[in-house]
Ligand binder design. Structure first.
Ligand code: CO
Length: 211
């Protein structure tokens, strides 16, 4: 059996087992989705949002990209953010990185990954530059890498707070709470490393008037 055939077969048995547990399972899900959480995570196949948080379909709205970046002109990310915050009215946005992230590892090297990946990884190099004093002082390479994973998550939370989407929701509806977490592949545990409560002030240069 080919892998894609196995996926389709497993899908059938999963759907059947859900209905066995609750005959109305799909009827409820199909009606409406009201997730309270937006998850911005890494595309890494080892960090699936629902499984590691033991949540069900319908509970978490998800966006994933390489190294969980919040880029201010990424139409994909911004569309997801706007829909989740302005329409679904999520109460929490979680940026979740993970130790051992390939994107972070790649960004520390000087390797040329060619145009597209170089462009994407550039944002991570910028995070390193902002925190160069701290990162350069860490001798152990794995520790340095792990710290960059944490600082990257922190910077992406800042990037969320710089958007008028978040600032407008903070001002008018006192939500969402922003969280920066890091997942450990070694023990499956999530570590909160940073948070911003609604209304937190950031560098005034980024704060919009008349929201
Ligand atoms: Co990753």
């Amino acid at each position: 059996m080919k892998l894609f055939e196995k996926l389709l077969r497993e899908n059938k048995s999963w759907a059947a087992s859900q209905v066995a547990k609750d005959p109305d399972y799909f009827k409820h899900l199909a009606d409406v989705q009201t997730p309270e959480v937006l998850w911005i995570g890494c595309s890494d196949s080892r960090v699936p949002a629902n499984q590691i948080t033991n949540t069900e379909p319908g509970e978490i709205f998800v966006h994933r990209n390489i190294a969980n970046l919040v880029i201010n002109n990424d139409v994909n990310l911004l569309s997801v953010l706007d829909f989740a915050v302005s329409h679904l009215k999520v109460k929490h946005v979680i940026v979740c990185g993970h130790y051992g992230c390939g994107g972070i590892k790649a960004a520390i090297t000087n390797q040329d990954y060619k145009a597209i990946l170089n462009m994407w990884l550039r944002s991570i190099k910028d995070v390193y530059r902002i925190h160069r004093a701290e990162l350069d002082s860490i001798q152990n390479f794995e520790k340095k890498e792990n710290r960059l994973v944490e600082l990257n998550v922190q910077e992406q939370v800042f990037n969320l707070a710089k958007t008028s989407i978040i600032q407008r929701a903070w001002k008018n509806e006192q939500r969402p709470h922003l969280h920066g977490w890091v997942y450990s592949l070694k023990d499956g545990l999530l570590h909160p490393v940073y948070e911003m409560k609604p209304g937190t002030h950031i560098d005034p240069l980024y704060e919009y008037d008349g929201l």
